[in-house]
Every structure is written in structure tokens, then in C-alpha cells.
Ligand binder design. Structure first.
Ligand code: ATP
Length: 724
């Protein structure tokens, strides 16, 4: 890698655009005091991102901008660009050249650009570390700063050595990794806090989810159970309803039949309709009356006959009438008929009446018997009487016939009445039986109605329970398959249904207690769980990061320690060599010492570097006792030792040789030539010897306008030029 070019515009005294091309191993910059040489070295540090304004002899950004002179107006912008070639991509950018530029404006705006693209300082620093470059370090030594390393504290010295050994990149990586680790640990802490914060809510949501899960299981159980239960119950209700329908209609048919039968039996004693035929009782009464009338007519007749008989007896003991009356055939027939009637009437007619009639008949019969006896004595004397007697007897005969007819009418009417009465009794019994039967059927019908009502209540309960169960599970339940065929054993089925119902009730209670739960909880839980899982993953990632970063840190520290220890040995060898060369002997070494930090709370022990020098032929030990020139020589010996061990791509040495005498200037010139083999050198110098070792010499002049100007000059001119 080579420094190829430096472009300045408006930077300090370089008001105009000025380009320095570094196309030789050693370039000297010469010029009178105050011409602007040091401004070039500072431009290099500034463009590489130097943040210490003081070290660049400024207080504000504005101080780097050409501030103008009576002859030339001030600039508003200062810019410097430094260009390197990039072989093997020392800078990890796919470009043959890398141009780094920085610009500042009067308003304080500051920009960094890499190949014209603006970058942040951080990116620039990173890039420079990767190329083992930087704004400070020993590759740009400001005027009067040659013994900076001698004046530095042991700790600062150690840092300078670390830079010289190229450990800056590792240190920068270490610092970056430590920053990353801190950040990662902080993230880990934050994520941990976040997890702690959300943990109770997540626990709560988890419990809710478990509850929801339980509810889901219960609901499923309830649904299954309810489907079974309601199907069976619906089947039962349907079957019961059908059974009751059949039962009720059977009873109704039976009742209708019974009612018909009842109608068939007629009323108990129906009244004779007005104007209709007389009732049998009335007919009987009329017949009996008629009979009694006939009886009394016959009594009268008999009495007359008796009178006639007496008269005939009296006049002619025996009359024709007697004879007629006692005609044997007639008497016998009449008597027989009479006796038959009497025998028959015995049971039917009023006993007293009968007895009276009977006695009278007996009397008549007796008289007739006597008349028969008298006939034999005298029949002719009593003829008229006999005639009447005979007439009366005929009448009697007729009357008797009538009487017989009346009697038989009474008798048949009575029989009819008795039969009717008997019939009536039978009807009454049948009616009663019917009544019982109807009543029993009505009771059965009532019972069926009662059952039907019970069924309606069951149905209402069923509907309510079904709606409740559907509300607690899902509407699908309402479309349950029905009806399942209930088991054969009704009682067992009902007992099982009751058990199922109990189970359903218990599940319903559980569900009601648990509440329906909401999908919002599930969504929230899913979100929270996903977040927790994300956080857990993040924690795992961060922990892995912490581990790997810690490992990187440990590795880097180890590497830095190892390289530092090895590098220090090599530096010390070179230091001793250059020191002995410059002083013609003596000893010089960098020794590691332990240094305590000033802050008591940290009590950290860090390693610093002490410079131990022993001048030849002098009893001088330690830096404090060195002369200015000796200090300068020691610094140069160390600077060159560092450059040998870890050659920087370029070095700008601003009047490092200022204090050297002629002999040492030569030695310095030799060292420069040696160093130039590995490092590009830009030497700002007034020293003739140094100028003589340069391949290219730039002269800087400053005219009356205060503007620095650049010109290429020959060595001879340069010597003169430097003096001007
Ligand atoms: P010496 O040989 O004495 O060390 P030098 O050549 O290194 O001198 P510098 O120190 O580089 O000179 O230049 C200093 C000059 O730059 C001064 O004259 C100073 O006025 C000028 N200068 C510094 N800053 C600005 C600025 N912002 N605008 C104009 N001129 C400036």
C-alpha cells in the first residue's frame, strides 16, 4: 500500500487547491519558517479523523478553514483528500484506489467520505484500523513531538507500543466486542426484565387457557352426553306421547261404546207422553176396577138369584128356574168354571173380596143343591120365578164369563207389570255396571290426561334443558339425531336417563361456574405465549452471543497479550540496535512495569512501559538525566525501532531531525534510507543531510497574501530554499 496523493483546498494556509504527489520512497518538504509545512502533516492527521483540535493547533473546526488575508478572501470550506493505492485490498473495498476525504464548513458541519461516499467517522476509523492506519500514532510525528514517547506516561507508552505493533486493530475489535458484550448483556437484562414483567400475566393467561381447555373438555363431554341423553329422551317422549294417544283414543272409543250402550238401556221410568197410550199401571188399575165392578154386579145378581130361589122355594118348593139352575150339566160346568176362576183368583184378587165371594158362592151352591132336591117335589108352581131365575142365571153366566175375562185381563196386566218391573231391575243393574265402567274409563282417561300433562311438563323441561345445554356447548346440539331407540327395559332406561341427567346437570354447573371463557383470552394467550417464546429465543440467542463475545474477547486479549509480549521483545532488540548506533554503545530497553490506576475504587493493576537507558561512557541512567539532543536521539532510536518491527505504510516526520548535529544527522540519514525500504517517508525538514536522502523535494512558499504554495525543486535549490 502506498500514499499516493494529498489534495488540500481551503485548509489552513492552503487557500488554493494544492496537490502533493508522493511517487517516491522518500519525499522531503522544505521551506522557510511559517510557510505552511506543518500544515501538510496536520492535514494528513485531520483527514484521517483526528478529533483532538488542540493537537492540530486549533480550537474550533473553523480554525482549519482558510481565514483569508487582505489579498485573498476567506473560504467557507476546508477540504483535504488523501489517496492510497489498494493492492490486495488492504482496505477491504473493491477499488484500486481509496480516497479518504474530510471537509468542514464554517457552520461546523463536518463530513467524511470514502471514494466520494459519505460515511460516519466510525466507519472511517474501522476502515483505517483494518489498514493499520489512524490519525495518531507514531507514523505521523508532529513538530516538537519526537520525544513525545519519552514524555508519555508508562501507560501511554504502552499504548504507543501497542499501536506500533499493529495491535490497535485487535484493541479496536476488543473495544467494539466489549461494547457489543455490554450492549448484549444490557439487552439480556432488559429482555429478562421484560420476561419477568410479562410472566405473571402469562401465568394468569395460562391458567385461563387451562380453564378454557377444561371447559372445552367439559363442553365436549356435555355435548356427547347431551346428544345421547336428549336423543333418548326425545324418543321416550315421542313413544310416551304415542302410547298415551293410543291409550286415550282407545278409552274414548270405549266410552263412546259405553255411552251408546247406556243410551240403549233407556231411562229408569219414563213418563207416558201426553196423549199417548196409558201406562201399564194405569191399565191394570182400570182392569182391576172393571173386575171389581163385575164382582159387585155378580153379587147383586147372586143376591137376586138367592131371592128368587127363596121365592121359588117358598111358592113351589121347586121352580123351573131351580130346575134350570140345577140342570146337572150346567151346574157342573158352571161350578167347575167358577172353581177354576176362584182358584185362579185366589192368588190375584184381594183376599177379603175373594173370601166374601167364595162364601157367597158356597151359599149359592148350597141353595142350588137344595133347589135340586126341591125340584123333585115341585117344579111347576115356581115357573115365573124360575124363568127370572133362569134369566138371572144366564146373566150370571155371562157375568162370570166377563168376570173370567176381566180376571184374566187383570192377571195378564199384572204379569206384564211384574215382568216390566223385573225388566226394570235388570236395566238398573246394567246401567249401574255401565256407570261403573264409564267411570273407570273416565278415570283412566283422566289418568292418561294427567300423564299427558306430565309429559308436557317433561317436554317443557326437555326444551329448557336442551336450550341450556346448547347455549353451553353449541347450537349443533339442537340438530341432534332423533330418535334413538330406547332400550327394551323401560325402567332401566329411565334410571340410566336420570343418571345421565344428573351428570349433565353437574357438567352444566361446572360450566356455569367456570363461565363461558372468551376467544379473546385465547388470542391474548397465543400472542403472549408467542411473545414469551420470542423473548426466550432472544434470551437464548443473547446468551449464545454473550458466550461467543466473551470467547472473542478472551481470544483477542490473549492474542493482544501474546503479540504484545513477542512484539516488545523484537522492539527492544531494534531499540538497542538503533540506540547503540546513535550513541555508539550503551543500553536501552522498554521494561514492563505494573502501574496502579489512580481511582482507588477500581484498584486495577495495569501494565505500563518504562524506558531504561544507559549511555555509553557515562554514568547516566534514566531519561531525566539526558540532554535535549540525547532525548532526541533516544526518541529517534525508539521510533525507528518501532518502524522496523512493524513498518507503517507511510511516516510523516515533522522536523524530527531538528536537534541533531552533523554526525547524528548522517546517522539519521542512514536510518532513513534503511527505513525507506519498508516505509514510505515524508520528511518535513530544514536539515540538509535529510534533504540529501530524499528522492523528491517539495518546496513550500508563502507570499504576501499568506497563501502557501507548492513547488517541486531540486536538491541544490532546496538547500537554498530552506534557508530563505
Ligand atoms: P516552521 O518551519 O517554522 O515550523 P511551517 O512551515 O511548519 O513553519 P506552519 O506552522 O505549517 O509553518 O504554518 C503556519 C502558518 O500557517 C502561519 O503563518 C499561519 O498564519 C498559517 N495559518 C494557520 N492557520 C491558518 C488559517 N486558518 N488561515 C490562514 N493561514 C493559516
Amino acid at each position: 500500500m502506498r500514499l499516493e496523493r494529498l489534495d488540500l483546498a481551503g485548509f489552513k494556509s492552503f487557500a488554493k487547491k494544492t496537490t502533493l504527489v508522493f511517487d517516491a520512497p522518500v519525499v522531503a518538504i522544505v521551506g522557510p519558517n511559517g510557510s505552511g509545512k506543518s500544515n501538510i502533516a496536520e492535514a494528513c492527521r485531520w483527514v484521517l479523523g483526528e478529533q483532538s483540535l488542540k493537537s492540530l493547533r486549533g480550537r474550533r473546526g473553523e480554525d482549519f478553514i482558510w481565514h483569508g488575508s487582505p489579498a485573498a478572501a476567506r473560504s467557507n470550506r476546508a477540504s483535504v483528500a488523501i489517496t492510497f493505492n489498494n493492492p490486495g485490498q488492504v482496505f477491504p473495498i473493491a477499488a484500486a484506489e481509496i480516497e479518504i476525504s474530510r471537509e468542514v464548513y464554517r457552520d461546523g458541519t463536518n463530513h467524511y467520505l470514502i471514494n466520494q461516499s459519505e460515511v460516519r467517522l466510525k466507519n472511517l476509523t474501522e476502515l483505517l484500523h483494518q489498514a493499520a492506519l489512524g490519525p495518531s500514532g507514531y507514523h505521523i510525528i508532529n513538530q516538537g513531538e519526537a520525544d513525545r514517547i519519552l514524555n508519555a506516561s508508562p501507560r501511554e507508552r504502552r499504548e504507543i507500543i501497542e499501536v506500533a505493533l499493529g495491535l490497535r486493530l485487535y484493541q479496536w475489535q476488543l473495544a467494539e466486542t466489549e461494547k457489543k458484550l455490554l450492549k448484549t448483556e444490557e439487552n439480556l437484562r432488559q429482555v429478562g426484565l421484560l420476561r419477568q414483567e410479562v410472566a405473571p400475566h402469562l401465568r394468569f393467561l395460562k391458567k385461563e387457557m387451562e380453564k378454557l381447555e377444561r371447559v372445552r373438555v367439559w363442553r365436549r363431554e356435555l355435548k356427547e352426553l347431551a346428544l345421547d341423553y336428549f336423543s333418548r329422551e326425545a324418543a321416550y317422549l315421542a313413544a310416551e306421547r304415542a302410547r298415551l294417544e293410543t291409550l286415550a283414543s282407545g278409552i274414548r272409543i270405549k266410552l263412546e261404546q259405553l255411552a251408546k250402550r247406556s243410551d240403549g238401556l233407556g231411562s229408569r221410568s219414563p213418563a207416558s207422553p201426553a196423549g199417548g197410550p196409558a201406562r201399564p199401571e194405569e191399565q191394570l188399575a182400570a182392569a182391576e176396577k172393571h173386575y171389581r165392578e163385575l164382582i159387585s154386579q155378580r153379587e147383586i145378581l147372586n143376591r137376586r138369584l138367592g131371592q128368587l130361589e127363596g121365592l121359588i122355594e117358598a111358592e113351589k118348593k121347586f121352580t123351573a128356574a131351580d130346575a134350570e139352575a140345577v140342570a146337572p150339566g150346567r151346574v157342573r160346568g158352571w161350578t167347575a168354571a167358577l172353581e177354576a176362576v176362584i182358584a185362579q183368583a185366589k192368588n190375584l184378587i184381594d183376599q177379603n173380596l175373594l173370601r166374601a165371594a167364595w162364601e157367597k158362592i158356597n151359599v149359592v151352591v148350597e141353595e142350588m143343591k137344595q133347589a135340586v132336591q126341591r125340584r123333585d117335589r115341585d117344579e111347576s108352581e115356581t115357573l115365573p120365578l124360575k124363568a127370572e131365575f133362569s134369566q138371572k142365571q144366564d146373566e150370571l153366566e155371562r157375568l162370570n164369563e166377563e168376570l173370567t175375562a176381566a180376571e184374566s185381563a187383570v192377571s195378564s196386566l199384572r204379569q206384564a207389570l211384574e215382568a216390566a218391573a223385573a225388566r226394570r231391575g235388570e236395566n238398573e243393574h246394567a246401567r249401574l255396571e255401565l256407570k261403573f265402567e264409564i267411570s273407570a274409563e273416565q278415570t283412566r282417561l283422566e289418568a292418561a290426561r294427567g300423564e299427558r300433562e306430565r309429559l308436557e311438563i317433561l317436554q317443557a323441561e326437555f326444551d329448557r334443558e336442551l336450550a341450556e345445554a346448547a347455549a353451553l356447548t353449541d347450537r349443533e346440539l339442537l340438530d341432534f339425531q332423533k330418535p334413538a331407540v330406547p332400550s327394551e327395559d323401560g325402567a332401566t332406561e329411565r334410571a340410566e336417563q336420570a343418571a345421565r341427567q344428573k351428570k349433565i346437570e353437574r357438567l352444566k354447573m361446572k360450566l356455569e361456574e367456570a363461565g363461558v371463557g372468551s376467544n379473546a383470552v385465547a388470542a391474548e394467550y397465543e400472542q403472549a405465549a408467542a411473545r414469551e417464546a420470542h423473548l426466550a429465543r432472544e434470551v437464548a440467542d443473547l446468551e449464545t452471543s454473550v458466550k461467543s463475545l466473551s470467547q472473542v474477547i478472551a481470544d483477542l486479549k490473549q492474542k493482544i497479550d501474546d503479540e504484545f509480549a513477542g512484539g516488545l521483545q523484537r522492539i527492544n532488540r531494534q531499540f538497542q540496535e538503533f540506540f547503540a548506533l546513535l550513541f555508539g554503545g550503551g543500553r536501552a530497553a522498554l521494561d514492563l512495569i505494573e502501574e496502579k490506576r489512580e481511582e482507588p475504587e477500581t484498584a486495577e493493576i495495569i501494565l505500563g512501559l518504562e524506558i531504561d537507558v544507559t549511555l555509553p561512557r557515562k554514568r547516566i541512567r534514566g531519561l531525566e538525566m539526558l540532554s535535549g539532543g540525547e532525548r532526541s536521539l533516544t526518541s529517534i532510536a525508539l521510533l525507528f525501532a518501532l518502524s522496523r518491527v512493524h513498518p507503517p505504510p507511510f511516516m510523516i516526520l515533522d522536523e524530527t531531525d531538528a536537534a541533531l548535529d552533523e554526525i547524528n544527522s548522517r546517522k539519521y540519514g542512514d536510518m532513513v534510507e534503511q527505513l525507506a525500504k519498508e516505509t514510505q517517508l515524508i520528511l518535513i525538514t530544514h536539515n540538509r543531510e535529510t534533504m540529501s536522502r530524499a528522492d523528491v523535494i517539495y518546496g513550500i512558499t508563502m507570499g504576501a497574501d499568506g497563501v502557501s504554495r507548492l513547488l517541486s525543486i531540486k536538491f541544490d535549490e532546496a538547500v537554498e530554499y530552506a534557508k530563505a
